[in-house]
Write a protein that binds this ligand. Structure first.
Ligand SMILES: [Mg+2]
Length: 283
């Protein structure tokens, strides 16, 4: 009985710490540390599970089949495609983070430091250019390149880490051309691309026939990904026919517009955790 009571006490204590966050030591830009971390299972799933590896590989095998299909059928068109696109050179648009780059060590560091998102730590990670590839990604993009398909990297990494990103891509063997700029980063001059990728996709659709889109976030495919969760789901369902056909989505349980749609950006770290817990359905 005594043992049970002691156990209950510790369970209650750890729950209180999780709900409120442990407010003893600030980390990075004033972010409070937590005793538990909501990225923990996601990071371990990506870094250790057979299931994640198989899932990513399967997706890239399916993308390869779709690529062959769309090369043969020039009537297929991307969302932003207009005019006489059939004769344009073929290309695919891929996101970088958590689509072809595994940045889980960045999330792992946040867990170890018991911190929320920290832009300083992110920049430090990105500048190292040490991301590993997502399983299946290098093989698929090299296949596309061999087939004469231009690989266009549309990323919301900031322009200040473009050089490090290019080196990382190159070191991993991803196809890169030197004749045209195929890495389109956020705020990149002279265009100063906004985080909504629609403008970049529309511009690229003027010069290429876009065969496939590959990403880990709804925003890698359509505009409006930053709405509330129900609207996001409706938006995704509106394009049901494209998923698995010309749009391929990698799972990302760590972060993304799905996560930021759950709370107001102005909230403090502890309040964000509270908002998330309020969203959880139990019984
Ligand atoms: Mg991404």
């Amino acid at each position: 009985m005594l043992q049970q009571n002691v156990l209950r006490f510790f369970l209650l204590l750890s729950c209180l710490y999780f709900v409120g966050g442990c407010s003893t030591a600030p980390s990075g830009a004033g972010v409070m540390v937590r005793d538990s971390h909501e990225r923990l299972n996601g990071v371990l799933w990506i870094q250790t599970s057979a299931e994640y590896e198989v899932m990513a590989q399967t997706l890239y095998v399916q993308a390869k089949l779709a690529l062959d299909r769309s090369l043969a059928d020039t009537s297929l068109s991307a969302l932003e495609q207009a005019g006489n696109y059939q004769s344009l050179p073929p290309a695919i648009v891929v996101d970088i983070d958590e689509t072809i780059f595994d940045n889980s060590p960045f999330s792992g560091r946040l867990i170890k430091e018991r911190s929320g998102y920290d832009h300083g730590i992110w920049t430090e990670w990105a500048k190292q250019g040490a991301a590993a590839p997502i399983p299946g990604a290098v093989d698929f993009l090299r296949y596309a390149h061999r087939k004469g398909v231009t690989v266009l990297y549309v990323t919301n990494r900031e322009y200040d880490v473009e050089l490090a990103t290019r080196k990382n891509l190159q070191n991993l063997g991803f196809p890169l051309t030197t004749t045209t700029d195929t890495v389109l980063t956020k705020n990149e001059p002279p265009h100063n691309w906004p985080s909504d990728k629609t403008t970049r996709r529309s511009e690229l659709a003027k010069d290429y026939r876009i065969l496939l889109l590959i990403g880990d976030d709804l925003g890698d495919f359509v505009s409006g990904a930053k709405s509330d969760p129900a609207t996001r789901r409706q938006l995704a369902q509106k394009h049901k026919k494209r998923w698995g056909d010309s749009w391929f989505l990698l799972p990302n349980p760590l972060y993304g517009s799905w996560e930021t749609s759950l709370y107001d950006k102005s909230l403090r770290d502890q309040q964000v955790l509270q908002k998330k817990i309020e969203r959880v359905k139990g019984f």
